[in-house]
Design a protein around this ligand. Structure first.
Ligand code: ADP
Ligand code: MG
Length: 743
């Protein structure tokens, strides 16, 4: 029934999972719940939905497959459609802001959050004959909850004579959380392990651990590219910014020749012709170092004397770098001045650029991908032979009580370091260069990463579960139980918000939970049918829900003076957007309203990209805001039948009165997050008063918190404000700030 192209069929036959098709399908047919574990790249995500389809599981109902990452949901649905020679009408995806599901959809890829929302409207998930929870080892909050819920849904469906199959797919990591858990599954589900054709990967640890891992990564990539045989390089760093920096430096170091005719493409996205002094300096350093490195003979590191001057100090550094040459092993050193085809990969990257990583590099180029941990297990990038692992990962930390967020870069876990290394062994024997010492790995790395449910606020989940009549959330069969304090805080915040009363969902709570946004935003929306405020609140909520709408620093960094000028220009634009009176006091939300309005106008004129670039807006954020506005608007139309709201691209700015009302709406949603200006008389004698100019005192938090860099309220310094969140960098800053009036 499936008519595959012969090239595809050939590629499939190489996947180890294909040999197991019969065993896998028999186990699934005979058991309601099956756990399928297999190394990344063995073919789980792309093949299992096809097995099920061919076995007839999509004849009457749909096959659902969830992914924790949006990138994976989109790209895997496309891949499976391709492999099966079907269209996106039949193999579709649905993520929070978009999708291409139709009436004809047979295989539906979606994010785990989307399926959780579906459980809320149809607890038995009657549309589906089978649910696959993919990447369960990632332990995303939503997947964890879905496992708990489905452990109950599956028996219920059986009772009704309409059985549902559950397949939990995971890398071969810590399966005991699912299997050794009586509360979750009374009968332990069978585990099928798929062997991957994994070639050996030689692990090379650094002798010592250098603080500047980005520079280390650059140097290592240069070495691999100039000295080692063909084969793609995959570099793991912690975030988008690091990805961009490294991509720029590597492109600069190994530019594409003109005849490669890809150069414009390569330059187009984040590079510019402008010389970047920092990069050049760095590069010169590296080149100098490389020249120097060669003649240094092997020396005995235990035989040292105290260095006398700077020359020697440098030399010592060289020696240390050189000693790592050993790590390259016995491979033939080849002379290599090939261009390097460097591509970025992170989840906020536009989809079409993400797709680039699956394509072969241009003739004569070596592939080099700089990625965040998206490439760890969700996406299998072909043709990687060398992995460079900084060993780092970026995590968002939440203070359980105050809700203060901060990003920290920290060591990843042993499990994920091993996953990263594994990426090098898909094609043939590979190498993984760990930019840290084996001592750090053994002594400092945790075995596994902490499940997300234990480190994230659970307010929205808590409310959703309450709405599903799960009264005692504490007793829910979580694979890993969330922190009790976390649950209590959520309960408290939801009571303050009015979503719960005596731990029971209120009608307001039910209204709130219908919106696919955080409960506090849900409340703001639920209140805004008054005074024609809905279109504004929808836009504000959409903007507050999307990350990084306003840029702080230009992406195309040139020199520091230019950066300063651009920042000043952006600040002036934002002040102008804020206006005066109540508009100004509305603060960040007002800036968002005008920014979105102006961007939509530019879009209708066909100049969105230019507009965003000039005004310091992130273009993808603007597109996401638009999608979320449409989605929220539709959602509200179905919930409030008489509302005749539309998404108006040319939304005119709110009147002064409306702005005042919007400030009250902000207060309703953020009422637990109030801050008061710190007055001069409160500042101690011995403290520098100028440092407290923008300082506030927030409830629960002892240290002062500050208006963020680009806040338009810096001019007025209102006595009381509410804020969306506090984040910590060098200081604590409030984001999403509105001035309120004390009652
Ligand atoms: P798993 O889920 O077990 O990690 P996948 O099913 O994702 O494995 O991948 C199986 C194979 O399909 C891999 O070799 C991968 O490189 C290939 N593949 C996946 N997506 C694409 C794509 N968009 N283009 C080309 N090859 C792909
Ligand atoms: Mg997969």
């Amino acid at each position: 029934q499936v008519n595959r192209k012969s090239t595809i069929q050939k590629a499939r036959l190489k996947l180890p999972i294909l040999a197991e098709e019969q065993q896998i399908m028999e186990t699934i047919n005979e058991n309601p719940v099956v756990i399928l574990a297999g190394e990344t790249g063995s073919g789980k995500t792309t093949q299992v939905p096809q097995f099920l389809y061919e076995a007839g599981y999509a004849l009457k109902k749909m096959i659902a497959i969830t992914e924790p990452r949006r990138v994976a949901a989109i790209s895997m649905s496309q891949r499976v459609a391709d492999e099966m020679n079907l269209t996106s009408k039949e193999v579709s995806y649905l993520i929070r802001f978009e999708g291409n599901v139709t009436d004809e959809t047979k295989i539906k890829f979606m994010t785990d959050g989307v399926l959780l929302k579906e459980v809320q409207s149809d607890f038995l998930l009657r549309k589906y004959s089978v649910v696959i929870l993919d990447e369960a080892h990632e332990r995303s909050v939503y997947t964890d909850i879905l496992i708990g819920l489905l452990s109950r849904i599956v028996p219920l469906r059986k009772k009704r004579g309409d059985p549902l199959k559950l397949i939990i797919m995971s890398a071969t990591l810590r399966l005991e959380d699912f299997t050794n858990n009586q509360r979750l599954f009374k009968i332990t589900p069978p585990v099928i392990k798929v062997d991957a054709r994994q070639f050996p990967v030689t692990i090379h640890f650094n002798k010592r651990t250098n603080e500047n891992y980005l520079k280390e990564a650059f140097n290592k990539a240069v070495k691999i590219h100039t000295k080692l045989p063909d084969g793609g390089i995959l570099i793991f760093v912690t975030g988008q910014q690091e990805v961009n920096t490294l991509v720029r430096k590597l492109r600069k170091a190994f530019p594409l020749r003109h005849k490669d005719n890809q150069s414009n493409k390569n330059e187009g996205d984040s590079d510019s012709e402008n010389s970047d002094k920092e990069i050049e300096d760095d590069l010169k350093q590296t080149l100098k170092r490389r020249k120097k490195v060669k003649p240094v003979p092997k020396i005995n590191l235990d035989d040292y004397s105290v260095p006398g001057d700077n020359e020697d100090l440098n030399l010592e550094e060289e020696i240390n770098t050189d000693s790592e040459d050993e790590d390259f092993g016995d491979v033939n050193i080849v002379s290599n001045n090939q261009p390097l085809w460097v591509l970025p990969l992170f989840s906020l990257l536009p989809s079409h650029k993400q797709a680039e990583v699956f394509k072969p590099p241009p003739e004569g180029c070596r592939l080099c991908i700089v990625s965040t941990n998206v490439a760890e297990t969700s996406l299998t990038i072909p043709n990687i032979k060398y992995v460079i692992d900084t060993g780092k990962t970026k995590v968002k930390l939440y203070d359980k009580v105050t809700g203060v967020t901060s990003y920290i870069v920290t060591w990843t876990s042993k499990a994920s370091a091993d996953q990263r290394a594994g990426r090098a062994g898909r094609l043939g024997p590979g190498h993984c260069y760990r930019l840290y010492s084996s001592a750090v790995f053994n002594d400092t790395f945790q075995e596994f990463s902490v499940p997300e449910i234990q480190q994230k606020p659970v307010d929205d989940l808590y409310l959703q579960m309450k709405c599903m009549n799960i009264d005692k959330v504490v007793n829910f069969p979580f694979p890993t139980v969330p922190d009790l304090l976390q649950l209590q805080t959520a309960d408290k915040r939801l009571e303050i918000l009015g979503a719960l009363k005596n731990s029971k969902v209120t009608p307001l709570g039910r209204a709130i939970s219908r919106f696919p946004v955080l409960p506090r935003f849900g409340k703001m929306l639920a209140l805004s049918h008054q005074q024609n405020l809905l279109p504004y609140t929808i836009c504000i909520v959409a903007a507050l829900s999307v990350q990084e709408v306003l840029l702080e620093t230009p992406i195309l960094q040139t020199n520091s003076q230019e950066v300063k000028n651009i920042r000043q220009k952006w600040a002036a634009i934002r002040r102008q957007w804020a206006g005066v009176g109540n508009s100004l006091l509305l603060g960040d939300p007002m800036v968002f309203l005008r920014a979105v309005g102006a961007a939509e106008y530019a879009n209708s004129e066909g100049s969105l990209e230019k507009f965003c670039l000039e005004n310091g807006l992130r273009q993808k954020a603007i597109t996401e805001i638009r999608k979320l506005r449409i989605q929220l608007t539709n959602e509200i139309k179905t919930n409030i039948p008489n509302s005749d709201i539309i998404v108006d691209p040319k939304l005119s700015p709110p009147s002064d009165i409306q702005a005042k009302l919007l400030r009250q709406i902000m207060l309703a949603g953020m009422g637990d997050q109030v801050a008061r200006k710190i007055m001069p008389e409160e500042i101690k004698e011995d403290q520098d008063k100028t440092k407290f100019k923008y300082a506030y005192h927030a409830n629960n938090i002892e240290e002062p918190v500050f208006l963020h860099q680009g806040s338009v309220l810096k001019k007025t310094l209102p006595e009381f404000v509410v804020y969306q969140e506090i984040y910590e960098t060098n200081k604590m800053y409030m984001r999403g700030v509105t001035a309120i009036e004390p009652e």
